[in-house]
Every structure is written in C-alpha cells, then in structure tokens.
Design a protein around this ligand. Sequence first.
Ligand code: PGA
Length: 224
Amino acid sequence: MIFAANLKCNHTRTSFELYAKALNKVLKEKNDEIFVFPPNIAFYQGGLNFTQGTQNFYPCINGAFTGEIGKEQLDEFGINCVLIGHSERRVFENDDFIKTKFDFATKHNFKIIFCIGENLACKNQNKTKDFLNSQLSNINLNYEKLIIAYEPIYSIGTGVSADIKDIEVVLEFVNSKTKAPILYGGSVNEKNIKEILNIKHCSGVLIGSAALKVENFIKICGLN
Ligand code: PGA
C-alpha cells in the first residue's frame, strides 16, 4: 500500500529535518511506498528511506522564471517525484498548464502523483464521472510512473472523508481507464484508514492534516 503525506504550507527546514529523521528511523530500510511532500524550502538533503517529492515545480530546467523552481534545483536534492493537479494548485493553474507540467515530468522520467477530484456541486449534479474524465483526458494514462490520487474537493481538510460507496464507484471508474495505482485522499486519518484501504482498487492514500505530525503519519502507515 502507498502512503503519501502532503505537508502543504506547513513545516520549516528545521522542523522537517526532525520529521524526516523520525520517519527514516522507523523505516530502517528503503521503502518505495512511502512518500512525503514537504514545502520546497524544507527539502531534506541526504539519504532517506522514503521518497521525498515536490508539491510544485515549474516545467523548466532553469531560466528566467522569477520565483519558480525548476528541475536543476530539484536535482540538487535528488527529487524525482512530483505532485501535479492538486485542487489547491488548480486554483492557480489551468488544464493547459497542468498538461505542460505533466508532459515535462514524463519527459524527465519523474514519478507523478496526479490528483483529480470534483467539487460538491458537481457531485450533486451527478456529473462526477464526466468531470473526472475531462481531468484524465489531459494526461497520458499509460505513463509507467503514474499514480492517480482521487481527492474529492468537498472532503479535503474537512475532517470528514467521502462516503465509502462513492469512493468505490469512482475508483472502479478510474481503474477502467488506467492500470496506474489509485490513491484516495481527503480527510484520511487514523480512524478511517482501515476502511479506506479495504476499498476495491484502492492502492493507498494521500494524507494532509493527519500527516502533519510525524508520529501520526507513522501510525497511519502502520509502522509503529
Ligand atoms: P486532508 O488533505 O488530508 O487534510 O484532507 C488531503 C490533501 O489535500 O491531499
């Protein structure tokens, strides 16, 4: 099972160093199924037993892109895993730009966690599948290093995950379109993790709030 922690705009270089070391210690050896996405400024430089990824990047090697971070900067920290399409980034990024990022990441052989998810209005109008279909039509679903994360917007950061049956229907749908592993994200925590991991076609979770404290993330991963 895949466990990915999206720390969003939380943690500093100092606090993430403690986080990374604590997680490293319980992992003991390299585990390809544990991912953590700290803020770029807090990247840990050194050997890690989990995959450290970036929440965001600019699709360039380097260049005149004020305020951005390109591949050259990621390379220095050994980062070759990226999050693309998170709903909190889609606020600033349109489908064309997301596609450009995706294509850049595939060209450079990055592992990609690609997020999709509908809002409540879309769900209530029974348009979820059409909407997710349009988000998925933007990318190469056969890319070998692709992981899809289904994160219904209405469940992110609310403390209440989506209905298990609703998740099941979507995961079945996504699975019919791609062989990529599929994660669920949206208020995953210690209490609901078991039930979520039991959903058919669920290959893991993407966790925000409940992963902010390393000891909680370790518990959710079942590493303690
Ligand atoms: P949450 O965030 O676990 O706090 O709902 C999940 C995410 O945004 O990836």
